[in-house]
Design a protein. Structure first.
Length: 257
Protein backbone atom coordinates (compact mmCIF):
# COMPACT_ATOMS: atom_id res chain seq x y z
CA UNK A 1 0.00 0.00 0.00
CA UNK A 2 3.05 2.33 0.05
CA UNK A 3 2.25 3.13 -3.59
CA UNK A 4 -1.11 4.61 -2.57
CA UNK A 5 -0.26 7.41 -0.12
CA UNK A 6 -3.45 9.46 -0.61
CA UNK A 7 -5.70 6.44 -0.12
CA UNK A 8 -3.73 5.27 2.88
CA UNK A 9 -3.99 8.67 4.57
CA UNK A 10 -7.72 8.98 3.83
CA UNK A 11 -8.39 5.46 5.08
CA UNK A 12 -6.56 6.04 8.34
CA UNK A 13 -8.44 9.31 8.88
CA UNK A 14 -11.71 7.47 8.23
CA UNK A 15 -10.78 4.76 10.73
CA UNK A 16 -10.29 7.37 13.43
CA UNK A 17 -13.66 8.99 12.81
CA UNK A 18 -15.88 6.05 11.90
CA UNK A 19 -14.67 3.27 14.16
CA UNK A 20 -14.25 -0.41 13.22
CA UNK A 21 -17.90 -1.32 12.60
CA UNK A 22 -18.63 1.45 10.12
CA UNK A 23 -15.23 1.07 8.48
CA UNK A 24 -16.02 -2.60 7.81
CA UNK A 25 -19.33 -1.54 6.26
CA UNK A 26 -17.43 0.80 3.94
CA UNK A 27 -15.02 -2.02 3.02
CA UNK A 28 -17.85 -4.48 2.34
CA UNK A 29 -19.70 -2.10 0.02
CA UNK A 30 -16.53 -1.13 -1.79
CA UNK A 31 -15.41 -4.73 -2.18
CA UNK A 32 -18.89 -5.73 -3.30
CA UNK A 33 -18.73 -3.41 -6.29
CA UNK A 34 -21.42 -0.98 -5.13
CA UNK A 35 -21.69 2.35 -7.02
CA UNK A 36 -19.88 5.15 -5.25
CA UNK A 37 -23.05 7.03 -4.35
CA UNK A 38 -24.46 3.91 -2.71
CA UNK A 39 -21.20 3.33 -0.85
CA UNK A 40 -21.26 6.89 0.49
CA UNK A 41 -24.69 6.33 2.05
CA UNK A 42 -24.24 2.74 3.18
CA UNK A 43 -24.57 3.65 6.87
CA UNK A 44 -27.35 6.07 7.91
CA UNK A 45 -25.34 8.25 10.28
CA UNK A 46 -24.77 11.93 9.50
CA UNK A 47 -20.99 11.91 9.01
CA UNK A 48 -20.57 8.61 7.17
CA UNK A 49 -20.94 10.14 3.70
CA UNK A 50 -18.68 13.03 4.70
CA UNK A 51 -15.92 10.61 5.73
CA UNK A 52 -16.44 8.03 2.98
CA UNK A 53 -16.19 10.65 0.22
CA UNK A 54 -12.47 11.41 0.64
CA UNK A 55 -11.68 7.69 0.85
CA UNK A 56 -13.42 7.03 -2.45
CA UNK A 57 -11.82 10.08 -4.07
CA UNK A 58 -8.35 9.01 -2.90
CA UNK A 59 -8.92 5.49 -4.22
CA UNK A 60 -9.72 6.92 -7.63
CA UNK A 61 -6.75 9.29 -7.54
CA UNK A 62 -4.29 6.54 -6.58
CA UNK A 63 -5.86 3.94 -8.85
CA UNK A 64 -6.33 1.40 -6.07
CA UNK A 65 -8.27 -1.72 -7.17
CA UNK A 66 -11.55 -2.05 -5.27
CA UNK A 67 -10.66 -5.45 -3.84
CA UNK A 68 -7.29 -4.27 -2.58
CA UNK A 69 -8.81 -1.14 -1.08
CA UNK A 70 -11.48 -3.19 0.68
CA UNK A 71 -8.87 -5.55 2.10
CA UNK A 72 -6.84 -2.64 3.44
CA UNK A 73 -9.93 -1.11 5.07
CA UNK A 74 -10.80 -4.42 6.72
CA UNK A 75 -7.29 -4.68 8.08
CA UNK A 76 -7.52 -1.18 9.50
CA UNK A 77 -10.89 -2.00 11.06
CA UNK A 78 -9.47 -5.12 12.70
CA UNK A 79 -6.53 -3.17 14.13
CA UNK A 80 -8.77 -0.44 15.52
CA UNK A 81 -11.20 -2.98 16.96
CA UNK A 82 -8.36 -4.69 18.82
CA UNK A 83 -7.09 -1.39 20.16
CA UNK A 84 -10.51 -0.11 21.22
CA UNK A 85 -11.37 -3.41 22.91
CA UNK A 86 -9.06 -2.43 25.76
CA UNK A 87 -11.40 -0.40 27.98
CA UNK A 88 -10.16 1.48 31.02
CA UNK A 89 -12.65 2.90 33.52
CA UNK A 90 -11.73 5.24 36.38
CA UNK A 91 -13.85 6.78 39.10
CA UNK A 92 -13.89 10.58 39.20
CA UNK A 93 -15.01 12.70 42.16
CA UNK A 94 -15.56 16.34 43.08
CA UNK A 95 -15.38 17.57 46.65
CA UNK A 96 -13.32 16.44 49.62
CA UNK A 97 -10.54 13.94 48.99
CA UNK A 98 -9.56 10.98 51.14
CA UNK A 99 -5.88 10.08 51.16
CA UNK A 100 -6.39 6.34 51.85
CA UNK A 101 -8.60 6.08 48.73
CA UNK A 102 -6.95 7.90 45.80
CA UNK A 103 -9.44 9.02 43.15
CA UNK A 104 -9.14 11.50 40.30
CA UNK A 105 -10.61 14.99 40.71
CA UNK A 106 -13.40 16.06 38.33
CA UNK A 107 -11.86 19.48 37.67
CA UNK A 108 -8.52 18.07 36.55
CA UNK A 109 -10.04 15.20 34.55
CA UNK A 110 -12.31 17.61 32.67
CA UNK A 111 -9.48 20.00 31.79
CA UNK A 112 -7.23 17.11 30.77
CA UNK A 113 -9.95 15.62 28.57
CA UNK A 114 -10.42 18.95 26.77
CA UNK A 115 -6.66 19.30 26.43
CA UNK A 116 -6.20 15.91 24.76
CA UNK A 117 -8.88 16.45 22.08
CA UNK A 118 -7.44 16.63 18.57
CA UNK A 119 -10.46 16.73 16.25
CA UNK A 120 -13.75 17.04 18.11
CA UNK A 121 -15.05 17.69 21.59
CA UNK A 122 -18.61 17.33 22.87
CA UNK A 123 -19.84 18.69 26.18
CA UNK A 124 -23.35 18.44 27.62
CA UNK A 125 -24.45 20.18 30.80
CA UNK A 126 -27.64 21.20 32.56
CA UNK A 127 -26.28 24.25 34.38
CA UNK A 128 -23.16 26.23 33.50
CA UNK A 129 -21.22 29.11 35.01
CA UNK A 130 -17.90 30.56 33.85
CA UNK A 131 -15.16 28.26 35.15
CA UNK A 132 -11.80 29.79 34.17
CA UNK A 133 -9.68 26.60 33.92
CA UNK A 134 -12.27 25.00 31.62
CA UNK A 135 -12.70 28.14 29.50
CA UNK A 136 -8.93 28.40 29.06
CA UNK A 137 -8.76 24.78 27.95
CA UNK A 138 -11.69 25.24 25.56
CA UNK A 139 -10.12 28.36 24.02
CA UNK A 140 -6.90 26.41 23.43
CA UNK A 141 -8.86 23.57 21.84
CA UNK A 142 -10.61 25.94 19.43
CA UNK A 143 -7.28 27.58 18.62
CA UNK A 144 -5.71 24.25 17.60
CA UNK A 145 -8.65 23.44 15.32
CA UNK A 146 -10.82 21.21 17.48
CA UNK A 147 -14.54 21.33 16.70
CA UNK A 148 -16.12 22.12 20.07
CA UNK A 149 -19.84 21.45 20.56
CA UNK A 150 -21.65 22.29 23.79
CA UNK A 151 -25.26 21.26 24.47
CA UNK A 152 -26.85 23.22 27.33
CA UNK A 153 -30.17 23.59 29.04
CA UNK A 154 -31.98 26.93 28.70
CA UNK A 155 -33.87 28.96 31.26
CA UNK A 156 -37.06 28.35 29.28
CA UNK A 157 -36.45 24.62 29.30
CA UNK A 158 -35.54 24.47 32.98
CA UNK A 159 -38.52 26.53 34.08
CA UNK A 160 -38.14 27.69 37.69
CA UNK A 161 -35.35 25.17 38.35
CA UNK A 162 -32.67 27.52 36.97
CA UNK A 163 -32.35 31.26 37.45
CA UNK A 164 -29.97 34.05 36.58
CA UNK A 165 -28.27 34.20 33.20
CA UNK A 166 -28.61 31.62 30.47
CA UNK A 167 -26.26 28.64 30.98
CA UNK A 168 -24.97 29.21 27.44
CA UNK A 169 -23.59 32.60 28.51
CA UNK A 170 -20.89 30.75 30.46
CA UNK A 171 -19.17 30.06 27.11
CA UNK A 172 -19.50 33.55 25.60
CA UNK A 173 -15.82 34.29 26.22
CA UNK A 174 -14.72 31.53 23.82
CA UNK A 175 -15.57 32.37 20.17
CA UNK A 176 -15.88 29.36 17.95
CA UNK A 177 -17.84 27.10 20.28
CA UNK A 178 -20.94 25.61 18.68
CA UNK A 179 -23.87 25.88 21.10
CA UNK A 180 -26.93 23.62 20.89
CA UNK A 181 -30.07 23.15 22.99
CA UNK A 182 -33.23 21.06 23.21
CA UNK A 183 -36.05 23.41 22.12
CA UNK A 184 -39.06 23.35 24.41
CA UNK A 185 -41.28 22.65 21.39
CA UNK A 186 -39.35 19.40 20.76
CA UNK A 187 -39.89 18.02 24.27
CA UNK A 188 -42.42 15.22 24.70
CA UNK A 189 -44.15 16.80 27.68
CA UNK A 190 -43.90 19.84 29.97
CA UNK A 191 -41.17 19.55 32.57
CA UNK A 192 -38.77 17.42 30.50
CA UNK A 193 -35.20 18.62 31.07
CA UNK A 194 -31.88 18.51 29.19
CA UNK A 195 -30.12 17.01 32.19
CA UNK A 196 -27.16 15.12 30.68
CA UNK A 197 -23.64 15.87 31.92
CA UNK A 198 -21.00 14.31 29.70
CA UNK A 199 -17.78 15.14 27.88
CA UNK A 200 -16.45 13.21 24.88
CA UNK A 201 -13.05 13.75 23.25
CA UNK A 202 -12.45 12.41 19.73
CA UNK A 203 -15.02 9.65 20.34
CA UNK A 204 -12.36 7.81 22.35
CA UNK A 205 -12.73 9.19 25.87
CA UNK A 206 -16.00 9.70 27.72
CA UNK A 207 -16.64 11.39 31.05
CA UNK A 208 -20.08 10.77 32.54
CA UNK A 209 -20.64 12.73 35.74
CA UNK A 210 -23.27 14.16 38.02
CA UNK A 211 -21.30 17.44 37.91
CA UNK A 212 -22.50 20.46 35.97
CA UNK A 213 -19.95 22.69 34.21
CA UNK A 214 -19.64 25.10 37.11
CA UNK A 215 -17.06 25.84 39.80
CA UNK A 216 -19.33 24.10 42.31
CA UNK A 217 -19.82 21.04 40.14
CA UNK A 218 -16.17 20.65 39.20
CA UNK A 219 -14.60 21.33 42.58
CA UNK A 220 -16.84 22.13 45.57
CA UNK A 221 -19.82 19.79 45.53
CA UNK A 222 -19.60 16.06 46.16
CA UNK A 223 -20.11 14.75 42.62
CA UNK A 224 -19.34 11.35 41.15
CA UNK A 225 -18.57 10.15 37.67
CA UNK A 226 -16.76 7.64 35.48
CA UNK A 227 -14.04 8.24 32.91
CA UNK A 228 -14.15 5.66 30.10
CA UNK A 229 -11.25 5.24 27.70
CA UNK A 230 -11.65 2.90 24.74
CA UNK A 231 -14.51 0.60 23.84
CA UNK A 232 -17.67 1.63 22.07
CA UNK A 233 -19.21 3.88 24.75
CA UNK A 234 -17.41 7.13 23.80
CA UNK A 235 -18.20 6.70 20.11
CA UNK A 236 -21.82 5.72 20.73
CA UNK A 237 -22.38 8.76 22.96
CA UNK A 238 -21.06 11.11 20.28
CA UNK A 239 -23.04 9.33 17.55
CA UNK A 240 -26.25 9.55 19.57
CA UNK A 241 -25.90 13.31 20.00
CA UNK A 242 -24.99 13.71 16.32
CA UNK A 243 -28.14 11.84 15.38
CA UNK A 244 -30.24 14.05 17.67
CA UNK A 245 -28.88 17.12 15.90
CA UNK A 246 -29.42 15.56 12.46
CA UNK A 247 -33.05 14.80 13.30
CA UNK A 248 -33.68 18.32 14.58
CA UNK A 249 -34.27 17.22 18.16
CA UNK A 250 -31.40 19.49 19.15
CA UNK A 251 -31.11 22.92 17.55
CA UNK A 252 -28.40 25.60 17.30
CA UNK A 253 -28.45 28.18 20.07
CA UNK A 254 -27.28 31.78 19.84
CA UNK A 255 -26.48 33.66 23.01
CA UNK A 256 -28.83 36.59 23.46
CA UNK A 257 -31.76 34.96 21.67
Amino acid sequence: MSWYPAFQAAAEAAAERLGPEHLRALADRLGGGWPEEAVRHAVPVPEFAEVAGPVLAARRADGVPAGEAAAYLRGLAAGHAQRSAAVRVESVWSGPSTHPVPVRATAQVLVDLVGEAVRELLLMTYSAKPYPPLLTALAAAVERGVTVTVVVETLAGAGSALGGTEPAAAFAAVPGIRLWHWPVAQRPEPGAKMHAKIAVADRRTLLVSSANLTQSGAARNVEAGLLVRGGSAPRRAAEHVAELTARGVLAPLRIGR
